[in-house]
Design a protein around this ligand. Structure first.
Ligand code: ADP
Length: 607
């Protein structure tokens, strides 16, 4: 039972065992792959932003890099510095600033004191060294291009200052300074939604598209969540960063950003400026896309597993059905086999029984035939005494009549002798008739049915019984019989039936002074013939009545009755398709009624 259950659930366990790890594995692989793919896309995008935006910054600064040396070469500039001409200086500065698009152009003396500026508002004027430090000024005095970053505020973007020395024959007489605002760069960066920052060597933000970050340390806003991977950027990839520009990428979290998703930060150095530019790219899209892809993959896998489950279920059910069908077919086959066995056994028994019955019947038939014969012989035996008496009497009468006839002839009274001879002839004829009947009786009866006249059969029976009749002293009354009445049967057998019935009746009335036996033959309206044999004997008791037709049933003394007469009569009448019934006679004794089909009616029916 347990085994079957386990087998039944085997396919499901297999499906579950494969499906669950497969779902997890496919989910994990999908997530990792999608994360990598979408992450790579984010990196590419961030790289592109970084390249474009760092190029924007470099281009902006590059544009103004050469302006101070060019102005320093101009004789009018040299002259106005030498003369410390403020008005001219302001005009020249304003024109130069306006034409170049610089924020401010300023002329300073050798000590760094402002001579003139394009800005009319003095507080914005470039003042060395307090305002922007000594470095660019010193660099300019040394003959190089001085550079300095001027810190911005959350309200105003920072700016970059280029400075170049102005010389005459005597040497350095002053400095030309050009201030470039980073506002333009920041505006370009502002088109990108994610933060972009430029950070100086100290880690302070010098420019950003987030105004509030200006001047602050990058570390206060951004926290690394993963290791930084350093990549050597291919020359030209980042525009002007050139060889030696180091690039990196790392995942970070931006403080104050309410989204939990991390950002990707890609950065590269701008070697000339000693700045780093960092561009951020939101990873949340990539993460959510990776999650979506994972969810879809997991769902698909679940669907597949569900399908596999259903398929396993169906297969299981089909297998079960097949097994059940096979089982019931086997059961049926077994049942059919056992039934067939039983049937052939029953058949065999039946055949055996039929054989036994046939044998028994054959035996019975031969026994019956023997018995009929035996009964005849018994009847003959009974009759022989009476017959010898019957024959002796006429023989004695013939003898004396013949003696008398001789005497009459001797006395020449031939007419008396003749009458005696006539009597002798009559008696001989009668004896011959008795002998003829006895001869016929000893023959075996036939079995075929043919029209048989009732009267001769009855007459012969009475003839055979006449010695007993005489002995018993009973009277036999035979109602006149129509000689044309014929029944379907056989002469000898019919005679035997009547003989038996009349003999029994004579037996019954034996010893009675008024013994009466009555025989009646009638044709009924329906064409049947009825032969009635009645007596005024003691009749038949109820318990005897049920058995009178049984073979060997007799109430008579040993030696007198064999108990076969009625059973033989019964059988014969049935062979004639008739009936034989016993009952009470109006005369007071028993009455036997034989009902037979009239030969004419039977022939008519046959035709
Ligand atoms: P059996 O005459 O040798 O006894 P049967 O078969 O002829 O054998 O008769 C069976 C019995 O039926 C008789 O012994 C007798 O008791 C009864 N029986 C037959 N005929 C008569 C009759 N006419 N009256 C009374 N009893 C009869």
């Amino acid at each position: 039972m347990l085994m079957r259950k386990a087998r039944r659930h085997g396919a499901h366990l297999l499906v579950a065992g494969i499906a669950l790890p497969a779902v997890v594995l496919v989910g994990w692989i999908t997530f990792v792959t999608a994360d990598r793919l979408f992450g790579a896309e984010v990196v590419t995008r961030a790289d592109a932003i970084l390249s474009v935006q760092s190029a924007t910054l470099e281009r902006q600064l590059d544009k103004f890099r050469l302006l101070p040396p060019l102005l320093a070469q101009r004789p009018d500039v040299r002259a106005l510095i030498a003369a410390r001409d403020r008005d001219k200086g302001e005009r020249t500065a304003a024109i130069a600033a306006g034409m170049a698009g610089a924020d401010e152009v300023a002329f300073l003396d050798r000590q760094g004191v402002l001579i003139a500026t394009s800005h009319l508002v003095p507080r914005l004027a470039i003042v060395y060294p307090q305002d922007i430090g000594p470095l660019p000024f010193a660099e300019a005095l040394e003959g190089r291009l001085g550079r300095a970053y001027r810190q911005g505020t959350p309200q105003a973007p920072g700016s970059y200052v280029f400075a170049s020395a102005v010389r005459d024959e005597t040497g350095v007489i002053g400095v030309v300074a050009v201030r470039v605002s980073l506002a333009e760069v920041e505006q370009a960066w502002a088109l990108t939604p994610a933060p972009i920052v430029a950070v100086d060597a100290d880690g302070s933000i010098v420019a950003s598209n987030r105004a509030e970050w200006r001047g602050q340390k990058l570390g206060t806003h951004v926290q690394a969540t993963g290791p930084r991977t350093v990549r050597q950027r291919v020359a030209g990839e980042s525009g002007r960063s050139g060889p030696g520009g180091e690039a990196g990428a790392m995942t970070v979290r931006i403080n104050g950003d309410d989204r939990s998703a991390p950002y990707l930060m890609v950065d590269c150095t701008l070697p000339v400026l000693d700045w780093r530019i960092a561009a951020f790219a939101d990873l949340s899209d990539a993460v959510s896309q990776a999650r979506k892809a994972t969810a879809i993959a997991v769902l698909l896998m679940l669907l597949l597993s569900g399908g596999a489950w259903v398929a396993a279920d169906r297969r299981q059910a089909a297998l079960r059905r097949m097994r059940e069908n096979r089982l019931s077919a086997l059961r049926l086959e077994r049942k059919v086999r056992s039934r067939t066995r039983d049937l052939s056994e029953a058949n065999r028994r039946l055949a055996e029984e039929v054989r036994e019955r046939e044998a028994a019947e054959a035996e019975l038939r031969s026994m019956q035939a023997d018995l009929v014969q035996a009964a005849k012989m018994a009847t003959l035996g009974q009759m022989s005494a009476a017959l010898s008496h019957e024959f002796n009497q006429p023989l004695a009468a013939i003898r004396s009549t013949a003696d008398n006839a001789r005497l009459f002839i001797e006395r020449e009274k031939p007419e008396r002798a003749l009458s005696g001879l006539d009597r002798i002839v009559g008696m001989v004829e009668r004896m011959a008739e008795i002998s003829r009947i006895l001869k016929g009786f000893s023959r075996r009866a036939g079995t075929d049915l043919k029209p048989t006249a009732v009267k001769p059969a009855l007459d012969e029976a009475v003839m055979l019984l006449s010695p007993r009749l005489k002995q018993s002293g009973a009277s036999l009354v035979i109602d006149p019989v129509d000689p044309s009445i014929r029944v379907l049967g056989g002469h000898v057998r019919l005679e035997q039936v009547l003989l038996n019935l009349v003999a029994n009746a004579l037996d019954a009335v034996e010893g009675r002074a008024d013994g009466l036996v009555r025989v009646e033959v009638r044709t009924l309206e329906d064409g049947n013939v009825v032969i009635r044999v009645a007596d005024n004997g003691p009749g038949i008791d109820a318990d005897v009545m049920a058995r009178v037709f049984d073979p060997f049933f007799t109430t008579k003394d040993v030696g007198k009755g064999l108990g076969l007469g009625l059973s033989i009569a019964y059988k014969i009448v049935h062979d004639f398709s008739g009936t034989l019934v016993a009952g009470a006679a109006p005369e007071g004794g028993a009455e036997f009624t034989v009902r037979l089909r009239a030969a004419d009616a039977a022939l008519d029916a046959a035709q």
